[in-house]
Write a protein that binds this ligand. Structure first.
Ligand SMILES: Nc1ncnc2c1ncn2[C@@H]1O[C@H](COP(=O)(O)OP(=O)(O)OP(=O)(O)O)[C@@H](O)[C@H]1O
Ligand SMILES: [Mg+2]
Length: 263
């Protein structure tokens, strides 16, 4: 892993105390399905949660859940409605959703000032919830950096593929180089077994210890499970459709540990 990417300096938004960002660097490692299931698991434990689609221009929380939501962040951006008005209740999961808009050019090319306004709007609605989960996009561009910075806890999702490990490391390194405060914890997704997942975590941990001199904790391991894909294809929440499958049980455990505050 190359130890020296350059941090792009952007003004740092003040933290949203109850926000948890879910990021990965690499695309397609399961951020969105983990974010949805984690939010669902927290809601099942009576936690009031807001799920924010931070993959702004390629948003797909609504798609994974089969929802057609009239109000979303594109409407907030064009001042059709306020951030609070754009919140949608999702009764089947017991949580609220702030949806993006897939294919929205406006949302995918926000200026730093627009991103700061969006994050300020999010900060305004945050006190109505115990937890805000931010599902971030792939990559390490400005929106990912700013939203990561706003969340005191960052869950970094990786698989065992070298590209995924490298990108997760690069994202943590950028944040580290920019002096981003807060805690990082790793979720190993699509692990062949818990043992394999632990090996993957240790690989990433070693790189962080050696080059960045910090130790991200392990938030949890989610096993590879065909039910995840089946639930997405059916546009139904994993925890509703297959509540006892391996991945669902792993995610429930992560939610329990998050609430207990133990990595
Ligand atoms: N634990 C798992 N077991 C098996 N398949 C999984 C698992 N987690 C995710 N997947 C598969 O990975 C695919 C990508 O998931 P998802 O869209 O949530 O990733 P993402 O990181 O949000 O992608 P993007 O970077 O494009 O936003 C899903 O369609 C699903 O089929
Ligand atoms: Mg996604």
């Amino acid at each position: 892993m190359n130890p020296q990417p350059k941090a792009t300096q952007v003004a740092r938004p003040p933290a949203i105390e109850n926000a948890i960002a879910i990021a990965s660097g690499k695309g397609g490692v399961g951020k969105t399905c983990l974010a949805i299931a984690l939010c669902h698991a927290l809601a099942k434990r009576d936690r009031s949660c807001l799920l924010f689609d931070g993959d702004l221009g390629l948003a797909n929380i609504d798609i994974q859940l089969g929802l057609s939501l009239e109000r979303n962040l594109a409407g907030v951006l064009s001042e059709k409605h306020s951030m609070a008005q754009a919140v949608n209740r999702y009764p089947a999961g017991g949580f609220d959703i702030l949806a993006g808009e897939s294919g929205s050019g406006a949302l995918s090319s926000l200026s730093a000032a627009q991103l700061h306004r969006l994050i300020d709007g999010l900060r305004d609605v945050a006190p109505s919830y115990e937890t805000l989960l931010l599902d971030l996009g792939a990559g390490i561009e400005r929106s990912v950096q700013l939203l990561s910075q706003a969340a005191p806890l960052k869950l970094i999702v990786t698989s065992d593929e070298p590209t995924s490990l490298t990108d997760s490391y690069a994202l943590m390194k950028l944040c580290h180089a920019a002096g981003v405060p807060g805690e990082f914890r790793i979720i190993v997704n699509m692990a062949a077994s818990r043992h394999d997942g632990e090996m993957t975590y240790r690989t990433l941990l070693r790189a962080c210890e050696t080059f960045l001199k910090f130790r991200p904790g392990l938030a949890g391991i989610v096993r590879r499970d065909r039910h995840v894909r089946e639930a997405i294809r059916a546009q139904t929440p994993l925890l509703t459709r297959f509540p006892n499958c391996d991945a669902a049980r792993d995610i429930e455990e992560i939610a329990g540990r998050l609430l207990a505050g133990t990595p």
